[in-house]
Design a protein around this ligand. Structure first.
Ligand code: F6P
Length: 559
């Protein structure tokens, strides 16, 4: 199949008219009626067979509503979508983001130093390494206390200002790797346009000891520029001199002009490239605050983890390829079981922001309604991703997972070794990690196998309560297990989801790298802001609902 065909030319045969799709629909009639209890009873070695391993992650996918035939058909669907060619095209730097005519080369951000990838005559990996080197020098100077603020004090507080990928990536990864961070430095993340975010993040801080990192790919984003300017004013007011900005602000962006207009010198600007999507940018200079927290060495260890998963995705046979398997399973539940959501359940408090991070990664990438050729899709695309760290979720929404009417495929993510063998030094309690992981394993088992009416009765339950206490089971889950939450494990995990999302996008024949859907709201907000700021109560020409709401807002605001 030619590259032109795959990227911009005639669309592949419509998804729902392909043989593999129809066969899956037919097959679903059989599998949909089978219980996981049956599937496990029929194959005593199912749990030993249906797993795969890469980059330190073990995936058990045996608790899914599939059999070998399902897998064969899903893999055929991947082949019929040109998955292999599309993966190659992405890694090569072809403009797989067709609506913006851009490459999606986040994999180059973690390619080892010394390797080469030329795109439009430029060695992109050499450029990446140069920026990494500058970041490392800056991070080391901050960590070592050589970088001093304007009044000569050491920097102790780092405030990252950004939104979307320019916040979620560094904030999620900082929280995830906090165990490895330099504790004398304090990190705060500001994203929301609500002034509360910045006010609370700077409360009690001494500007003389504070560095702001303004992160924005475009350097035009309303939230980030508003917060950035407010932070600048706060800093200059405290330190009494405009020249303080040079010691207290750094920027990460692709827009050098925008950064210069803001007043941040090129020496404090760390660049990246239009081929890095915002939601794929945590491993670019957008991760600067993370690098300052954990140090350049650990940051590089994280990049190595990303790269290990990239290599696996690029080269492993699809039947043993973790991202491909996860992606195909997501398609299976979304399109054939009509599951609308997917839960991500990390059993690690440090991964508390992972669900929010994966929401942007998945839903901004695949929340699309037209194919690459601009035709309306006649099948569902991205699932709604949500989740919470275990065991917290067990005491809120797991009830619905176990007994609700919606089918919610779950990803359980856990580690064999905790980072804290004791809850607190000297505490005598049982190994807290064992307790956590006992819950982790128990939940996947309960979801899959449930509890029958006979089992409930055998416990002596009164007849009228039996239906209430039955758990149907047959609720699918993936289990992802690594040895320990290290920078490398985190990198590999993020890359796993990036490539799973890409796999899904290829099957759905959509552009996983644009996000036009966010533009209308931004444009309307600009118009509305001008109206709200006007002193002359302008004639409002919105719909009757919006007009009424705005008038009410203006009236109550002035009372
Ligand atoms: O509006 C959506 C979005 O463009 C995201 O894709 C991006 O991560 C976020 O805004 C922030 O954009 P920027 O880094 O350009 O400020």
């Amino acid at each position: 199949m030619s590259r032109t065909f795959l990227l911009v030319g005639a669309t592949p045969p419509p998804l729902t008219s392909r043989r593999a799709w129809k066969a899956l629909a037919e097959h679903h009639r059989v599998i949909g009626a089978l219980h996981l209890r049956q599937l496990f009873a029929d194959d005593a070695r199912r749990g030993e067979r249906l797993n795969a391993e890469a980059a330190g992650w073990y995936l058990d996918y045996s608790k899914n509503r599939i059999n070998d035939e399902t897998l064969r058909l899903l893999l055929a669907l991947g082949d019929s979508s040109g998955l292999r060619e599309r993966i190659d095209a992405m890694f090569r730097g072809d403009p797989v983001n067709t609506t913006e005519q851009r490459a999606a080369l986040h994999t180059a951000l973690r390619a080892p130093a010394g390797t080469q990838l030329r795109v439009a005559g430029i060695d992109v990996i050499a450029e990446v390494q140069t920026v990494l080197g500058r970041m490392a020098a800056f991070a080391d100077a901050l960590r070592g206390g050589q970088w001093l603020g304007y009044t000569g004090k050491r920097i102790r507080n780092i405030v990252n200002i950004g939104i979307g990928g320019s916040d979620l990536g560094p904030a999620m990864a900082y929280k995830a790797l906090r165990h490895y961070s330099q504790r004398e430095l304090h990190f705060r993340f500001v994203s929301n346009l609500d002034a509360t975010a910045l006010v609370e993040a700077t409360r009690g801080l001494d500007a003389a000891e504070t560095l702001f990192i303004v992160c924005s790919k475009t350097f035009t984003t309303l939230e980030t520029l508003t917060n950035g300017h407010a932070a600048r004013t706060w800093c200059v007011a405290q330190l009494g001199d405009e020249r303080a900005v040079a010691r207290h602000f750094a920027a990460v962006s692709t827009n050098a002009e925008g950064v210069a207009r803001f007043g941040i010198a090129p020496a404090q600007m760390f660049g990246f490239w239009d081929w890095v999507g915002g939601r794929y940018s945590v491993d670019s200079a957008i991760g600067l605050s993370l690098m300052i927290a954990i140090g350049p060495e650990q940051f590089r260890a994280m990049l190595a983890g990303f790269h290990a998963m990239d290599t696996h995705f690029h080269s492993a046979p699809f039947g043993r390829n973790l991202p491909v398997l996860l992606g195909l399973l997501a398609v299976w539940y979304t399109n054939f079981f009509n599951a609308q959501t997917q839960a991500v359940l990390p059993y690690d408090q440090y991964l508390q922001r992972l669900p929010a991070y994966l929401q942007q990664l998945t839903m901004e990438s695949n929340g699309k309604q037209v194919t690459l050729a601009g035709m309306r899709v006649n099948y569902a695309t991205s699932p709604i991703v949500w989740g919470e760290a275990g065991t917290n979720g067990q005491h809120s929404f797991y009830q619905l997972l176990h007994q609700g009417t919606a089918l919610v495929p779950c990803d359980f993510i856990g580690f064999c070794q905790g980072l804290h063998p004791q809850a607190l030094e000297g505490s005598q309690s049982d190994d807290p990690h064992n307790l956590l992981m006992a819950n982790f394993f128990a939940q996947t088992e309960a979801l899959a196998f449930g509890k029958t009416a006979a089992q409930v009765r055998a416990e002596g339950t009164a007849d009228k309560l039996v239906p209430h206490r039955v758990l149907e089971g047959n609720r699918p889950s993936n289990t992802l297990l690594a040895q320990q939450l290290t920078p490398g494990a985190l990198g590999a995990l993020v890359a796993l989801y990036e490539h799973s999302v890409f796999t899904q996008g290829v099957i759905w024949n959509i552009d996983s790298f644009d996000q036009w859907g966010v533009e209308l709201g931004k444009a309307l907000a600009n118009q509305t802001a001008a109206e709200l700021a006007s002193v002359h109560a302008p004639a409002l020409e919105h719909d009757s609902s919006t007009n009424t709401l705005m008038r009410r807002y203006q009236r109550l605001r002035q009372e």
